[in-house]
Design a protein around this ligand. Structure first.
Ligand code: NAP
Length: 286
């Protein structure tokens, strides 16, 4: 039931049609018996600032933000009283915007929390503080992950990217614990790593994942793929065949949604709903 007090939040992206976020949040709302709703918005690619300007003042309580608007979402916090979380600032992007009634905004980035949630769920014995972590890719997701891992106590992050300049620019923004490598130096980057994360778009939709120098990989290294369509990517399948622990990207999606839900509706998501199972069912059906 929509009432006179329904709290409205949503996700904005382009395209956004296939987002699993409405499914996840609306099931949590329903299970919690909360008076709220979560909808999807898809303004034109060049229309994000006009869209967001209309929401200032609290027309809705908040938004999750996905591609291609995450950097523009960070830039929304441009007033003296607006707030930017440390993670959003370090990540250079925001996936969560809260609109306050006084016209101010708070921007945050919960993708890193999602990543840590996925590791905690699927590789609970991995100690992320014990060894370097390799991140393949240097786009927005890689930068957010590097920032969150450094804040979580990872000793070093090794970024391996096709375009070295992008990795170098993240390393210079995040400090000396982040080092940039080009693919030809991958063996040095992988040596002694405790976890290896695919943050490239390779493997999306079922293609080949990024190349791995298997001879340099520690036997106990855990492999994580941010891509979750398919759930077991070629990258993860290769790692599993070699006996490595694996972590899929769907729990990262659920993990970033949890703090967003609490920020929108004021209570944590109910533990009684298997949103991962619901998301998997929707992915299989489409
Ligand atoms: P992005 O900014 O577009 O970055 C894409 C990255 O992939 C870049 O580093 C790019 O390298 C690399 N890449 C693309 N094609 C390549 C190729 N043929 N060979 C080598 N490298 C290639 O994208 P993003 O926002 O960072 O997202 C990356 C992935 O993470 C996407 O698949 C996204 O869906 C996923 N993701 C998942 C979650 C989740 O909750 N599970 C959250 C965020 C993102 P160059 O720099 O050389 O172009």
């Amino acid at each position: 039931m929509i009432s006179g007090q329904t709290r409205v939040a949503g996700v904005v992206g382009w395209p956004v049609r296939h987002s699993l976020s409405p499914l996840i949040h609306n099931h949590w709302l329903q299970a919690g018996g909360l008076d709220g709703v979560y909808v999807a918005f898809s303004p034109p690619q060049d229309g994000f600032s006009a869209f967001a300007a209309g929401l200032r003042g609290g027309a809705i309580c908040g938004l999750n933000v996905t591609l291609p608007f995450k950097e523009q979402a960070l830039a929304l916090a441009n007033g003296a009283a607006d707030q930017v979380s440390d993670l959003a600032r370090l990540a250079g992007a925001a996936n969560l915007v809260l609109f306050h009634a006084d016209g101010t905004v708070r921007v945050d980035n919960t993708d890193g929390e999602g990543l840590l949630f996925a590791f905690a769920r699927q590789a609970p014995s991995l100690n992320l503080s014990a060894a370097p972590v390799v991140i393949l890719g240097a786009g927005g997701a890689a930068r957010g992950a590097a920032a969150a891992l450094i804040l979580a106590g990872v000793p070093r992050v090794h970024l391996v990217n096709r375009t070295l300049d992008k990795a170098l620019s993240i390393a210079s923004a995040l400090g000396p614990k982040v080092q940039a490598f080009e693919p030809s130096q991958a063996e040095a980057a992988f040596e002694g790593a405790g976890a290896i994360i695919n943050a490239t778009s390779l493997g999306l939709g079922g293609g080949d994942g990024p190349k791995v120098p298997w001879q340099a990989v520690s036997p106990d290294a855990v492999f994580m793929d941010m891509v979750y369509k398919p759930l077991e990517t070629e990258f993860l399948a290769q790692a599993r065949l070699r006996g490595h622990g694996i972590v899929d990207g769907l729990d990262m999606l659920v993990g970033q949604a949890r703090p967003s839900f609490e920020a929108f509706y004021g209570v944590p998501p109910p533990a009684t709903v298997d949103v991962r199972g619901l998301a998997l069912a929707q992915m299989t059906a489409t």
